[in-house]
Design a protein. Structure first.
Length: 288
């Protein structure tokens, strides 16, 4: 049974999918809008600022949860540390996105940043090649939020990782709605490029496992999940058909980052509110 916060995040996600698809279709096929995707994905553009906003909301939510826990005591010590860490990480990530205010106030970078930062900006993440950071994010997204959860939920007999995965507390497993969001984020990449072949392969593997999960666990999925699953397939085909407007270096990755950020926010909200309200973890509720 969906909870109120499920409906909020799924509504936001639906609006995002519709908006992104309209932007891509207009950019690809409507004369006069060829620069629309570029305009919305520039630095300080629509999707970067949206990511900053969600990161700050996540940081604020973590701080509020820590405060509420002082009275209600629904978090373990480890979980409380997780919220401290996520509050700090989300805030730092938001500030890094806007170069700690440099993009708004226009102050000059110091000599150290000018000499060593790849974009000569006042931030830390541009000290390393973008490929390193994107690879690390992909490992977390595909491994932690798509492939391993789906394989675990499919309940394959004699699956070699079952013993290890069983050790992960049920409270931390993401709902299949979170997984849908993460798979959708992976549909946003530059198709038919040798540079991004791994992105395409990862998307195809994710979709295959997602369909297997849908078929094996039909009793535990609702109509909304099914609609979203096939919507991802349609969107992936649409985006692949529009591949000429994408770039392997930018454009769609600002949107992709935004989707991942609110997917992580949704995951944090879901398991923490279940703890706070004394509800079963999603994975137990779904299998019950």
């Amino acid at each position: 049974m969906r909870k109120p916060w499920d409906n909020i995040f799924l509504t936001v996600h639906g609006i995002v999918v519709l908006t992104v698809t309209v932007i891509i279709v207009m950019t690809r096929y409507v004369p006069g809008y060829k620069g629309l995707l570029l305009q919305t994905t520039l630095e300080n553009g629509l999707f970067e600022l949206a990511s900053v906003g969600v990161l700050l909301l996540l940081s604020f939510y973590c701080c509020v949860t820590i405060y509420q826990n002082r009275r209600l005591k629904f978090l373990s010590n480890f979980q409380r540390l997780m919220f401290y860490f996520m509050a700090l990480l989300a805030f730092v990530a938001a500030m890094e996105e806007i170069s700690w205010g440099q993009q708004f106030f226009g102050f000059r970078s110091g000599e150290f940043f000018t000499d060593h930062n790849l974009q000569k900006e006042t931030n830390l993440h541009n000290f390393m090649p973008a490929m390193w950071l994107s690879t690390a994010i992909n490992v977390v997204v595909y491994g932690g939020f798509i492939v391993l959860p789906l394989l675990y939920y499919c309940d394959f007999k004699n699956f070699p990782l079952n013993t290890l995965l069983d050790r992960i507390p049920n409270v931390y497993w993401p709902s299949h709605y979170v997984i849908l969001m993460m798979v959708y984020s992976s549909s946003l990449h530059h198709y038919f490029s040798y540079i991004t072949w791994s992105d395409t392969a990862a998307l195809l593997v994710s979709l295959i496992i997602l369909v297997i999960y849908w078929r094996r666990r039909k009793a535990h999925v609702d109509g909304l999940f099914s609609v979203n699953l096939w919507l991802i397939v349609v969107c992936s085909a649409c985006y692949a058909a529009s591949y000429k407007i994408f770039s392997q270096y930018n454009l769609q990755y600002e949107i992709r980052e935004f989707v991942v950020v609110y997917g992580v926010f949704y995951w944090m909200v879901d398991w923490s509110l279940r703890l706070k309200n004394g509800l079963q973890p999603w994975v137990e509720e779904c299998s019950g």
